[in-house]
Design a protein around this ligand. Structure first.
Ligand code: ADP
Ligand code: ZN
Length: 293
């Protein structure tokens, strides 16, 4: 079986071919430019590959409502040229196969539930902490959409008492993304996160904000696993700091073994590593194919 997968990121696109077991046999990557030229590259890649379905996990916001005339569109992104772009329609014009479509983070959560760290579980939440912060929700066996789709990267935060940084989200200032994504770390401390030493106070402050949002996530959704990916989470020392923040915040209130004694198996890196996004897109393609048959 040959399923196409597109991980459409704001910085780069990854396209690949995989099978029903999640094994990826081929892939290419190119920078995200203007939508027409970027999609043309993806179309050229899949043209001679004989795919039976294509799954897309994209940066958003997206229209995921199949009843809407704008289903398959990228909606209000500030990324130049992409707002109002008919992503899925552009693919559909070239490929007469089932198409799966969801946010990059919902795709990653779904892929992790199918083949990765949340394998066999009914629910998980996937955070990417990189250039922005995105949150994907998989619950009761499917990616959650609701009104639009979850936008947990922009939840409001309680500021750290020692933090004088004003925040840098263009919409909200000091929302989670504005306080804790890669660019916020760089603006607050004056150097890129990757250049800060492991013991720097930046990491305790980062864990404070991430731990706070994870606490809200646990209280609101009660996921069976939380997976933290993205460039910033390459700082592995953040994991124990974040787990400690979550336990401190919850203060024993939610009585579940994974939160009390098993938290190192509850808040984890992606089981699929940096392939979580592409594998998730593959899983969406597979789902679309199964639904069509
Ligand atoms: P994107 O979010 O654009 O898809 P990434 O997940 O790689 O890509 O995130 C990029 C952001 O993460 C940048 O702000 C970068 O400074 C930060 N980053 C990347 N690697 C590291 C690292 N090892 N430590 C800390 N921050 C990092
Ligand atoms: Zn925001």
């Amino acid at each position: 079986m040959r399923i196409g997968a597109i991980e459409a990121g704001g910085t780069k696109f990854v396209c690949g071919i995989g099978d029903e077991n999640g094994a990826v046999s081929d892939r290419i990557s190119f920078p995200t430019g203007q939508p027409e030229e970027t999609l043309a590259k993806a179309i050229a890649y899949f043209n001679d590959k004989g795919v039976e379905a294509i799954g897309v996990g994209s940066f958003g916001p997206l229209n995921l409502d199949p009843r809407s005339a704008q289903y398959g569109f990228v909606t209000t992104t500030p990324k130049p040229g992409w707002s109002g772009f008919d992503f899925l329609g552009t693919l559909r014009a070239k490929f007469d196969v089932p198409l799966g479509w969801d946010t990059d983070v919902n795709a990653a959560a779904y892929g992790e539930a199918k083949w990765g760290a949340a394998r066999g579980l009914d629910s998980c939440v996937y955070y990417t902490i990189g250039t922005g912060i995105g949150v994907g929700v998989y619950a009761e066996g499917k990616p959650v959409h609701g009104l639009v789709h979850p936008e947990g990267g922009h939840i409001l935060t309680r500021r750290h008492g020692d933090d004088r940084f004003e925040g840098c989200c263009p919409y909200h200032g000091d929302c989670l993304e504005g306080m804790a994504a890669g660019p916020a770390i760089e603006k607050r401390w004056g150097v890129k996160g990757s250049e800060l030493p492991e013991g720097h106070e930046a990491w305790a402050m980062e864990a404070y904000y991430i731990g706070q949002s994870l606490t809200s996530t646990i209280l609101l959704l009660s996921p069976e696993k939380i997976i933290l990916g993205g460039g910033v989470m390459h700082q592995r020392q953040l994991f124990p700091l974040i787990r400690a923040e979550v336990q401190r915040n919850l203060n024993g209130y939610v009585s579940a073994e994974p939160l009390l004694s098993g938290i190192e198996r509850y808040i984890v890196p992606p089981g699929l590593g940096d392939n979580a996004g592409l594998s998730g897109a593959l899983a969406l393609g597979l789902k679309a194919l199964n639904q069509a048959n």
